[in-house]
Write a protein that binds this ligand. Structure first.
Ligand code: SAH
Ligand code: SF4
Ligand code: F3S
Length: 477
């Protein structure tokens, strides 16, 4: 069967890349105006893209690069882009335009673009024509070939565009340079098969492909050994994890396996598509020791008519049924969601149904978006009679309703003792972190608590942010 074919990048290919990496290292030493070559890598978009960025940085580190936040001093500036909404793309085009003067001042600077935007032919074409000073452009399916692409650029080609439109592969064994020290991203699968009618992801990321359980567990062990306190498992639809493997496994099995690993860490995951989220998954969360009581379950709309037009394959009733089961099974569960306002053909009545759904569920927080037509998706061709002004008004109303829900929920937590992974000290001198349910909390405590899980008593609610005080020593799982 075609989906079961092996999509692993062969070990020989990775060795070949390793050899290019050695060559690039020497060439860059000759080229740099700094004591060591410096790279500025900026990632836009979702955590999946951030995880790609961490592998890109891992490879660049192998090629002798160090990293800088200052694009002006970098020998290589690379933007890892996102195509999810027009606004995301406009930001990238704006920032690329601003790079021109850096190139003029330091002509040896390499300007590169990669990520989801580049997988759209019309975008790659625009870069080719309108941004001649961008010399390295590569897509989401060839990230592991970065050493070879840089080698070509440094030796014989003026511009390198590598944008194959394949179903995608899985590259194991790439070096990773993680951004944080407490929270780690762990991709368990790539791509998406769902083709929600508004969404560009399946076109720019290819079909679903899972990493093997062994590869994921091995990376989880590395993360735990390096002292991380939180692992977030990533996929566009984690509930379909493992279905494409030669010996299929379920996401529930994977969660159980990681939950059983020894160590002091928490597990989160995203994203769960409601059509594939099962009661078994809820049971695993309820019975696990380390999985957070937080479920990101994007509903997108509360109207069955719109859900159908979105090609989401669940109804409002099925969604609410799953939520009811989850709340019964895990009383302190924190639910979050994504909502699209102003999908083509959405009426005031449809929107009202979304409002009533969010009130019924009582989400901790929402990610809300106004529909943005994406070239090549079915929704971009649908009739869209509602005016932008009206969509904005609905959007504001949605935010207001959600603010009230979140404020009520936060207020109900005053007096409770919650477990918090303490992340840093804020400017106001308070410590900050997130509760198990992923709510931001600021609290009094001592800086030694940074990096630990602490018990915090909630003393006050400030809209969706909680305020509290640490009440005792570190808690162990
Ligand atoms: N795989 C995830 C979502 C990834 S994209 C899922 O299925 O839930 C993150 C969010 O961006 C989506 O949930 C959706 O709410 C939003 N989004 C995607 N395409 C969009 C578009 N064309 N316009 C507006 N919002 C969009
Ligand atoms: Fe996009 Fe739908 Fe896939 Fe999520 S499940 S990435 S919204 S197509
Ligand atoms: Fe954006 Fe690509 Fe993620 S389009 S949301 S970076 S998968």
């Amino acid at each position: 069967m075609s989906e079961k074919r092996n999509k692993l990048v062969p070990a020989g290919e990775l060795q070949r890349q390793q050899a290019f990496a050695e060559q690039v290292k020497e060439l860059m030493l000759l080229r740099t105006r700094n004591p060591v070559p410096l790279a500025h890598v900026h990632t836009y978009g979702c955590q999946g893209n951030v995880a790609d960025g961490e592998r890109i940085k891992g490879m660049l580190a192998q090629m002798g690069f160090e990293f800088t936040e200052e694009s002006k001093e970098a020998d290589l500036i690379l933007y890892n882009t996102c195509a999810i909404r027009e606004h995301a793309e406009d930001r990238v085009f704006g920032n690329v335009g601003a790079l021109k003067h850096i190139k003029e001042r330091h002509p040896a600077t390499i300007l590169g673009l990669c990520g989801c935007m580049m997988q759209q032919p019309q975008v790659a074409e625009r870069i080719r024509k309108s941004f001649p000073y961008v010399s390295l452009v590569f897509g989401t399916h060839v990230v592991h070939q970065l050493p070879e692409l840089l080698y070509r650029l440094l030796t014989c080609e003026r511009r390198v565009f590598e944008l194959p439109d394949s179903d995608g592969v899985v590259a194991e064994g790439l070096p990773v340079r993680r951004d944080g020290e407490l929270k780690a991203w762990l991709p368990i699968m790539y791509g998406c098969n769902n083709f929600c009618s508004y969404c560009i992801v399946p076109y720019v990321r290819g079909r679903e492909r899972s990493r093997t359980m062994e590869a994921i567990v091995a990376e989880a062990k590395e993360i735990i050994a390096a002292g991380y306190k939180e692992i977030t498992l990533l996929g566009q639809n984690v509930n379909s994890y493992g279905k494409d493997l030669p010996e299929p496994v379920s996401f529930a099995q994977l969660l159980r396996t990681i939950d059983a690993l020894p160590g002091d860490f928490k597990i989160r995951f995203m994203t769960s598509h409601p059509k594939d989220a099962t009661k078994e998954l809820i049971d695993v969360i309820a019975e696990s020791r380390k999985v957070s009581h937080h479920l990101h379950l994007p509903v997108q709309s509360g109207s069955n008519r719109i859900l159908k037009a979105m090609n989401r394959h669940y109804t409002r009733e099925q969604y609410l049924d799953l939520v009811a089961y989850a709340k019964k099974r895990i009383p302190d569960l924190s639910l979050t969601s994504d909502i699209i306002v102003g999908f083509p053909g959405e009426t005031r009545e449809d929107f009202e149904e979304t409002l009533s759904l969010i009130k019924e569920v009582g989400y901790t927080s929402l990610f809300t978006f106004i529909f943005s037509p994406r070239e090549g998706t079915p929704a971009a061709k649908m009739d869209d009679p509602i005016e932008a002004k009206e969509k904005s008004a609905w959007f504001s109303q949605l935010l207001k309703v959600q603010e009230e829900i979140a404020a009520k929920r936060s207020a109900s937590m005053v007096g409770q003792v919650v477990e918090v992974l303490c992340e840093e000290e804020g400017k106001n001198g308070l410590l900050t972190g997130r509760t198990d349910g992923n709510i931001i909390i600021e609290f009094t405590g001592s800086p030694e608590q940074i990096g630990r899980t602490v018990n915090v008593k909630v003393t006050r609610a400030r809209n969706w942010i909680l305020v509290g005080e640490a009440i005792d020593e570190e808690t162990k799982l």
